[in-house]
Design a protein around this ligand. Structure first.
Ligand code: ATP
Ligand code: AMO
Length: 466
């Protein structure tokens, strides 16, 4: 069979070699009837191809055919690699292809709803172009999401979803190397797993049921089943009723649950090493992807410490107080005070990634273990990147009577979770864990302003298609 070379791998070492490449027509420009310049794109990488009319090379008809191709059509090009004297502007690859043969594999319609080049521009490039009097359409978020298949083709989006895959990959690899077992828990369940109202209700063959708001109950049951340490990567459903920059109705949860011997800090130790390893790996192994994202959405690399800062909730409240912001020491932080605390932590400790622990019990879910020394607080934590929450976790109550009491006190219909509570009646080890929102990790690592940018097909209160 014939062999195709990836556009991203075309370089000077292939000079004078004949290659076969497949990709999309990003742009075409004719110079008279004798030359056509065609930028071919594959997986976000681009190369300039030149078709020049010459005997035994390319016919005039072929140049005409090339210039008739619509943008985004899929083509095969056979040609010879050359190194231009002046570097090509605007392509990722620095070599050129002298076209010998050109085949159209699949045509795109001539009027695309999104122009990929426009969709790939940064805000400052758009401003500059507009000032220079260029005609261009700013591609808004809704248009991008309506035509996501086109939007996905920009280099930044290619980078974002490859990074997302790598986050998931590191999560899995790291936990496997620490003796965790990957599990899958049901997404159709009888009752709400987190309490609260943000639950999708449905009819399960005549019985009331919910879409799981988290794998919380079943990951704990796997601990009761002696798996010791488990993780899950799976969908999470939340019937959020407001439209925000960081809430989706369906997202990907990265969940961890583990036995502990003495202290919930054992969970934090795993979390700490996992995330430092993850950030190191992304910075080291995903440079190309990060650069592609940076080009469209410039951001400062995340500042994080070798050993993650741990502050108690009370210390956080005190820092806010010293900055003139009063918050309820037994209440929760809101989006604004979380952001503010993020700034204060950055100024004082030089990190944009930190753990806040010992939250007031009243603001945590029913399964959270209170602090042994002060029942107003709990063995729980949230983790923040750039002042926004990416993780929640805690030590759990493993005493069934106490668990039932707490569930009732939190207004949960204990009947709907009786099999969960019963799991603790056959001897249950002390345990704890945490849940991470995958889309939030990618959004905040790259300082993106909207979680819809890091969900391939986002589901929010206003959107269930495409
Ligand atoms: P979690 O599901 O763990 O609670 P979260 O990021 O939604 O994750 P919360 O503790 O619920 O965190 O909320 C923190 C703050 O975010 C709230 O005090 C509130 O200001 C804001 N918030 C949370 N949920 C919503 C929502 N659906 N719409 C608008 N704002 C919200
Ligand atoms: P929590 O409800 O805080 O905790 O969720 C864990 C993490 O999931 C992400 N997240 C979301 N991401 C996108 N859209 C949403 N609507 C959304 N809601 C939450 C956040 C959050 O930190 N069972 C506990 C975890 C545990 O204790 O193990 C839980 O679900 O990044």
């Amino acid at each position: 069979g014939r062999k195709w070379t990836e556009v991203g791998l075309l370089n000077e070492e292939l000079k004078d070699k004949e290659v076969l490449i497949r990709g999309r027509v990003q742009t075409i420009r004719a110079v008279g009837k004798k030359i056509a310049f065609l930028v071919l794109r594959e997986k976000g990488c681009t190369v300039q191809c030149v078709a020049t009319v010459a005997p035994e090379l390319v016919s005039g008809q072929m140049v005409k055919f090339a210039t008739s191709l619509s943008r985004e059509s899929h083509v095969d090009i056979q040609g010879v690699v050359s190194v231009p004297n002046v570097p090509v502007k605007g392509t990722s690859q620095q070599v050129e292809i002298q076209v010998r043969k050109l085949f159209c594999i699949s045509k795109a319609v001539p009027n695309l709803p999104i122009n990929i080049e426009d969709a790939a521009r940064s805000e400052s490039e758009i401003e500059k172009a507009l000032q220079a009097g260029e005609q261009l359409v700013r591609v808004n978020q809704d248009t991008r999401l309506n035509y996501r298949v086109l939007d996905m083709r920009t280099p930044a989006n290619q980078g974002i979803f490859r990074i997302q895959c790598q986050v998931e990959n590191i999560f899995r690899q790291f936990l496997l190397s620490e003796g965790f077992v990957g599990i899958h828990t049901p997404k159709l369940i009888a009752g709400s797993s987190e309490g609260g109202s943000a639950v999708f209700k449905l009819d399960y063959k005549g019985q009331p049921a919910c879409l799981a708001q988290s794998p919380q109950l079943h990951k704990q049951m796997a601990i009761c089943g002696d798996f010791g340490r488990v993780f899950e990567i799976g969908p999470v459903f939340r019937a959020e009723d407001s439209y925000t920059h960081r809430h989706l109705c369906e997202f990907t949860g990265l969940d961890v649950e583990m036995e502990i011997k003495e202290h919930y800090f054992e969970v934090l130790d795993i979390l700490d090493r996992l995330f430092v390893a993850m950030f190191d790996n992304l910075n080291e192994k995903c440079q190309k992807e990060l650069e592609a994202i940076q080009k469209q959405y410039p951001f400062e690399p995340l500042k994080y410490l070798r050993k993650t800062l741990r502050l108690t909730f009370q210390e956080g409240v005190q820092m806010l107080k010293e900055a003139g912001i009063e918050v309820d020491p037994l209440g929760d932080l809101n989006t604004e005070t979380e952001r503010k605390l993020g700034q204060l932590v950055l100024e004082k400790y030089g990190t944009e990634f930190y753990i806040l622990h010992r939250y007031p019990l009243a603001v945590r879910p029913f399964y959270t273990m209170p602090c042994y020394d002060d029942l107003a607080y709990s063995n729980s934590f949230d983790v923040f990147i750039r002042g926004e929450e990416i993780i929640s976790g805690a030590q759990r109550i493993h005493v069934p009577e106490f668990l039932a009491t707490r569930a009732e006190a939190c207004g949960i219909d204990v009947k709907t979770i009786s099999t969960y509570i019963d799991s603790f009646r056959y001897g249950a080890p002390p345990h704890g864990g945490f849940g991470v929102g995958l889309e939030r990790v990618v959004m905040l690592f790259c300082a993106l302003n909207n979680i819809r940018k890091t969900s391939l097909f986002p589901r929010d209160p206003l959107r269930i298609a495409p």
